[in-house]
Design a protein around this ligand. Structure first.
Ligand code: NAG
Ligand code: NAG
Ligand code: NAG
Length: 959
């Protein structure tokens, strides 16, 4: 190929969006350069060799259909070069399998040196006179079976057929003309060798759908759909559903079908030797029933020996649990036996070419830690904690084992601390952070992710598999946003791509705060009194739904369906669950304050709860019930890890409409639950020119009727809006929130007090006292400013940073964590850093309060010490003072969880506090992540003013 075309393909890599992140080689307007492949009434002929892999021929038939979907004319597949005809030709074949391709190579018409012998790679290029009678053809050469298949589906994706065209109803993007440009494309090998999904926790949603549409079995008709999706997503590996299914037995066509398609079959960590859990012999005990267990394993190898299989090694106890009798020594004999039957049955003398994995899941990691030796050719499959936090990654000589390592990850789970399997609850920036680390730490042989019912998790699945296919597109922490835009462009079009990316970034931030199943805690976790926290959280959901709704409204009706399934539904259904719990919390809170709106909240909780069912109905009615039963997982009313039998609404109360004797108009303020008159006058929180929140006064009806009120400050530089109004219950406005505004230029310097009288038409007045504190920072100061004894920092807003040793630097992860952004050490295999020369970030800040016991609170993710001998560690210092180093996660044994794990997983954050001495004035906070994998979400300095909240105080004002 010529240098110029190579350059052209590199250039398109930057701008392309049609095949996510990969170079485009097709154009879609009349008069395009290169070979016209299709136009109205014209579709290409796909030319294959008669000896081609059946899976490649099958994918070629899909491509002819795909041309039909976008151009209106179906292409056709021909075998051999004699009957190509006049239509434009696409010649596809696998090196060493296709005589056509091999002769193009030997005649020098194509150069495959860049891919020959490589795993799952392909080239595509225009070739002049490829075979006699054909002037020009698009030639796709695969290095192996899947290389050719990915080359075919690459064309499908580029012409406008999404991998999700069936599973998420993405409409094909119609074209009037399609040209293949004269560009060489070389793609592969993938970053991760085996990449796939695990269908699991599939009852009731996926299984009831299977019952309705596939006759009650995970049969070959169903797997056709799954395998095609996986190949279009450029995955190659699959763990089948196993709760009540037996892949190879339920339908004898399943095994050969996977092999024909080109899917490498595996099985979960608890199902050795290509056998299903449900096929297990009893008692499942290596010590007492060894001969029967051996036969079970031997039969599995015999059954699957002719199909491409990644063998699951080792064993666990019965039914996905720890074995009571297994020891490291007996597990060694299990694995030795398994390797011996692989050798004898597959007829190989060494196993270096036979893919095998041993999953260090739960207790199994413990055997490894006890020093169990594992044959070098078996991939060590490290697991996350079932909640998206990888427990361990390769260290020392594990980095260069021949069998390498991989990761078993979760987007769905049944178990402790609580199930999550209803709808998407994944923050993509977190997936990026964890999998990027795994990649940098050489866990690159297998990535497999538990995807539950599959259907709710289209976006996380796409993201995960795109990373696994080509990590070079995901090198930087902002890659998640870039990917989201490219993904949304492919599925819904460029017009809504930016909005969709914003919505999903926002969605990730809101859902990482707490999963739906965990909202069922009493009291509500978000504060209804401090920092307007509960209200702001709910408003963020509302504004995200508004955005999603207007994007939906702008789309054509076919695209609306897929947008609903993947974006609007999770936003809307998620917001509705939030609404139920938020308003139930307000119902309790308002009832104590004797606010009539407690009753309004009770009604709104009931409405939102029935809205939840209406949204499920809407989903089930799409496309005449195509997705009936999906999203049926129980999501309300959890009391422990396992789901309750059905949804239940949180309790609400209604209160009497008789006003208290002190009067029908009540007054309350932020930071206090008191309702005056009656309760003690609620103390107002101080306000200064740098306070990040508004100060507000709530005035509300505490009885039936219509009441007037006025709010009057005794100083002209304080304005309250509204300053008067009418409250009415049951009809009309029963509550108002008045906002205080201060003209600081007129306020006397230092501390002062303003009286604010709330006077109702009936009942006693309330005199509030608003403390003001007019202070100021020096004019040349830039940075975060203390207000009310708090300095709060979001990670992207640092003042400066310095690189560290070994090419390390601190990098912002936009959209990461619960509130704004993250900061982490890059690359993931950076050496340990020190506070003298390590990568650091600094935040300038200004305090008015001094404290010798100031608290520095660091919000971290619930990450693990992935390298036990170099546990996660960070350090901070104030100015040039001594640095304080903190190891946030104590030491622990593999196979058990570190202390505090459950709380941090539930909260989406591990909160660690240290004490330091800070004087009033200008300062710098220095932060170091001393080990890769350490991530900061937020930092708060408490000089005595921090109030109880879930997410921490809002970010300080920056000047
Ligand atoms: C990572 O694994 C590859 C083989 O997959 C090996 O070539 C490389 O040296 C390993 N990296 C380290 C740091 O050992
Ligand atoms: C403060 O109140 C004003 C006026 O109601 C509003 O525009 C602004 O968004 C509020 N700011 C915050 C942080 O809530
Ligand atoms: C805190 O720092 C101030 C000045 O920076 C110093 O005067 C004071 O002794 C320190 N207090 C403690 C408890 O270290």
């Amino acid at each position: 190929m010529h240098i110029t075309t190579l350059l052209a393909s590199i250039l398109t890599l930057v701008s392309c969006t049609t095949a996510i992140g990969q170079p485009s080689t097709l154009t879609f307007s009349e008069g395009g350069e290169g070979l016209k492949l299709a136009s109205s009434g014209l579709a290409p002929t796909i030319v294959l060799d008669s000896k081609e892999w059946p899976g490649v021929t099958r994918a070629a038939n899909d491509l002819t259909n795909d041309f039909g979907l976008v151009i209106g004319t179906k292409g056709k597949v021909v075998t051999g070069t004699s009957s190509i005809g006049a239509a434009p030709a696409i010649i596809v074949g696998t090196i060493g399998k296709s005589a056509i391709i091999d002769s193009l190579v030997s005649s020098g018409k194509i150069d495959v040196s860049a891919i020959k012998g490589k795993w799952e790679s392909f080239t595509s290029q225009l070739v002049t006179d490829p075979v006699s009678g054909v002037a020009s053809a698009l030639v796709i050469a695969g290095s192996d079976k899947r290389g050719s298949i990915y080359g075919i589906y690459d064309i499908s994706e580029q012409i406008g057929v999404s991998p999700w065209y069936w599973w998420a109803d993405v409409p094909p993007k119609k074209k009037t003309v399609i040209f293949a440009a004269d560009k060489l494309k070389v793609q592969g090998p993938p970053s991760i060798k085996y990449r796939g999904i695990f269908l699991n926790d599939e009852q009731p949603a996926l299984t009831n759908w299977i019952n309705q549409f596939y006759g009650g079995k995970y049969n070959s008709n169903f797997h056709v759909k799954v395998f095609e999706l996986l190949l279009r997503l450029r995955a190659n590996y699959f763990w089948p559903a196993m709760w009540n299914s037996k892949f190879y037995v339920d339908d004898s066509k399943n095994g050969p079908l996977a092999d024909e398609y080109g899917i490498v079959m595996g099985a979960s960590h608890t199902e050795p030797m290509a056998r299903a859990d449900k096929e297990k012999v009893k008692p499942w005990d290596w010590n007492s029933n060894q001969n029967n267990l051996k036969k079970y394993m031997q039969d599995g190898v015999t059954r699957a020996k002719n199909w491409e299989t990644l063998w699951t090694m080792g064993m666990r106890g019965d039914g996905d649990t720890a074995s009571p009798t297994l020891t490291a020594a007996s597990l060694t004999s299990v694995i030795n036996y398994q390797q011996s039957i692989l050798k004898s049955t597959l007829g190989v003398s060494d196993l270096s070419k036979v893919p095998m994995m041993w999953c260090l899941y739960k207790e199994v990691g413990g055997y490894y830690q006890q020093g169990m030796t594992v044959p070098n050719d078996i991939t060590l499959l490290w697991s996350d904690d079932n909640s998206g936090n990888i427990q361990r990654l390769p260290v020392g000589n594990e980095l260069s084992r021949p069998g390498n390592a991989g990761v078993y990850y979760h987007f769905d789970y049944v178990g402790d601390p609580r199930n999550y399997k209803w709808i998407n609850s994944i923050q993509l920036t977190k997936t990026w952070e964890q999998m990027h680390l795994a990649h940098d730490k050489n866990a690159t042989n297998i990535w497999i992710v538990n995807v539950g019912d599959l259907k709710p998790l289209e976006i996380p699945i796409s993201h995960f598999l795109d990373m696994a296919y080509d990590m070079t597109q995901f090198k930087t922490p902002d890659s998640t946003g870039t990917w989201l835009k490219a993904w949304a462009t492919r599925e819904f079009g460029a017009e809504v791509a930016d909005t969709t990316a914003d919505i999903m970034t926002q969605y990730g931030k809101l859902i990482i705060r707490r999963k739906y199943e965990w909202l069922n805690t009493n009291p509500y976790v978000l504060s209804t009194t401090n920092y307007d926290e509960a209200e702001s959280h709910y408003q963020e959901w509302v504004s995200m739904v508004d955005k999603a709704q207007s994007a939906y409204d702008s789309l054509d009706s076919a695209t609306q369906i897929s947008f609903f399934e993947m974006v609007l539904h999770p936003a809307l259904a998620g917001k509705t669950v939030q609404e139920v719990y938020y308003k139930a919390a307000l119902n309790t809170f308002y009832a104590k304050q004797k606010r009539m709106s407690a009753n309004t909240m009770a009604t709104e909780v009931r409405n939102a709860y029935s809205q939840d069912q209406a949204i499920a109905k809407r989903y089930h009615s799409l496309l005449n019930g195509k997705w009936n039963h999906m999203m049926d997982q129980v999501h309300f009313g959890y009391t422990y890890w396992q789901d309750p039998g059905s949804n239940s609404m949180p309790g609400v109360q209604t209160i009497s409409t008789n006003a208290p004797s002190t009067g029908p108009v009540g007054v309350s303020v932020q930071g206090s639950a008191n309702s005056a008159p009656g309760d003690a006058t609620p103390p107002m929180l101080s306000l200064d020119p740098y306070t990040p929140e508004n100060r507000t006064i709530d005035v509300y009806a505490r009885g039936q009727g219509t009441f007037q009120f006025s709010i009057t400050p005794d100083k002209t530089y304080v304005t309250v809006t509204p300053s008067s109004g009418t409250l009415s219950y049951p009809s009309g406005v029963s509550d108002i929130k008045a906002v205080i505004d201060v003209d600081w230029s007129a306020v006397p310097a230092g501390k002062s007090t303003v009286s604010i009288v709330v006077k109702p038409s009936t009942g006693n007045s309330v005199t509030l006292s608003l403390p003001l504190n007019k202070n100021s920072v020096p004019e040349d100061f830039k940075g975060h400013v203390e207000s009310n004894g708090v300095v709060s920092f979001e990670m992207a807003h640092y003042t400066s940073k310095l690189p560290g040793t070994g090419g390390a630097s601190m990098e912002v992860i936009p959209g990461y964590g619960r509130t704004h952004s993250g900061l982490t050490l890059m690359p993931g295999n950076a050496p340990s850093q020190s506070t003298s020369s390590g990568a650091k970030v600094s935040f300038d800040f200004y305090t008015f309060t001094s404290s010798s016991s100031a608290k520095v609170t660091v919000y971290l993710p619930p990450s693990f010490n992935i390298n036990p001998s170099a546990p996660l560690k960070y350090a901070f210092s104030i100015d040039s003072g001594a640095a304080t180093s903190v190891q946030p996660i104590p030491g622990y044994n593999l196979g058990s969880m570190p202390s505090g794990w459950s709380d941090s997983v539930v909260n989406g954050a591990k909160v660690v506090t240290s004490t330091t001495n800070i004087s009033a004035g200008k300062h710098t906070l220095n932060l170091w992540a001393l080990e890769p994998g350490t991530v900061f979400q937020k930092v708060v300095i408490d000089l005595g003013g921090v109030k109880q909240s879930y997410l921490g105080p809002p970010e300080s004002v920056m000047v």
